[in-house]
Design a protein around this ligand. Structure first.
Ligand code: ZN
Length: 341
């Protein structure tokens, strides 16, 4: 009886503690102070309809070593580690200069990476080298908390950082969907890395086993976390360098990401939010054929918006860049979230 009373008291205290913690966090939401900058109208968005979220995918079997899902996905757990639970602020896209940011804890997208690690020839005689390279890579990723998932050369899916935590995969980065703008995506997006090198001389960067694994992993993540297809993007599309205001600091998957084979629409077509909302330029990405049409659309949007305001292009870009600076300073400060790179 005594044990039950103590247990109940403990539960009540835990509940009160949690309630207090969430109240404190909610107070951390950010209300921007009035800014002398001109108000921004919403930029035109892609007319593409967000694809339907995949149906239910459930856990069939779960133990210390792996999880098996109903769509055939098997997630290996030997290299699992954790960081801290995710928490971040997203900004209202409609009117980010006026609306308070929203404190959130839910993953909203996926950033795809290549590991750029040593890639041995994919041949039977290389089995030993291929396995050693994969294990070495996974140890490295675990030590650095680099990604949530790694897909090795044999199409095995390894969970590294737990889904509830952030991973250090995206660094300085920007993405936006219909309603929200996300800054520095370590907290808000999953990081999924293929053991691969960008632009190899011989053939595609990933093999069919990796593509299949990627497809069922994406299906599981989208189904379980209600992730829209439009928020599943390449690292090259989101990566920025704030010091020189250029998009595409990291260029992994600037080309060749098999969106369709992963069950997604071709998101290379989406204008980069770093360019349209924050005035970044994207010269580093112009050599990537896949991204060129979207870059042209993005440039055109910025040019038209500048003309509509009667501003020279460069002046308008400066205004957008100042808006980025204000946003990132306030979001970082108010959440007390350390963005790691
Ligand atoms: Zn990357």
């Amino acid at each position: 009886m005594g044990a039950i009373t103590v247990g109940l008291a403990f539960l009540v205290l835990t509940f009160l503690g949690l309630a207090w913690a969430s109240a404190a966090l909610v107070q951390a939401t950010w209300k921007r102070t009035a800014s002398p900058q001109p108000r921004f109208t919403a930029l035109p968005r892609s007319s593409q309809k967000p694809e339907a979220v995949p149906g239910r995918v459930w856990v069939v079997e779960s133990n210390d070593r792996f999880e098996l899902y109903s769509n055939g996905l098997r997630v290996e757990n030997q290299f699992v580690t954790n960081t801290q639970p995710r928490a971040y602020l997203s900004l209202s896209r409609e009117d980010m200069d006026e609306h308070p940011a929203r404190l959130r804890f839910d993953p909203v997208g996926i950033v795809f990476h290549t590991t750029e690690s040593h890639i041995a020839p994919f041949e039977e005689e290389q089995n030993g080298t291929l396995r050693r390279a994969g294990e070495g890579l996974l140890e490295f990723v675990r030590r650095n908390h680099s990604y949530h998932f790694v897909i090795d050369r044999f199409g095995r899916v390894f969970r590294v950082v737990r889904e509830d935590d952030y991973a250090n995969h995206a660094g300085h980065s920007v993405w936006a969907d219909q309603n929200w703008v996300y800054l520095n995506l370590n907290q808000s997006f999953f990081g999924v890395a293929f053991e691969a090198k960008s632009r190899p001389e011989d053939g595609p960067p990933v093999n069919p086993a990796q593509v299949h694994a990627g497809r069922i992993l994406v299906e599981m993540l989208r189904a379980r976390y209600k992730i829209p297809a439009a928020n599943c993007v390449a690292h090259a599309q989101v990566s920025i360098n704030p010091s020189n205001r250029r998009a595409g600091y990291h260029t992994d998957w600037a080309a060749d990401l098999p969106f369709h084979d992963l069950g997604l629409s071709d998101n290379y077509q989406r204008p980069l939010p770093s360019v349209t909302l924050f005035g970044f330029t994207a010269d580093e990405l112009r050599s990537a054929d896949a991204l060129r049409p979207a870059l042209e659309v993005a440039d055109d949007l910025v040019r038209r918006e500048a003309a509509a305001r009667g501003m020279p292009l460069e002046r308008y870009r400066e205004v957008l860049q100042r808006r980025y600076k204000d946003a990132i300073a306030s979001v970082g400060k108010q959440t007390n979230v350390k963005y790691q790179y």
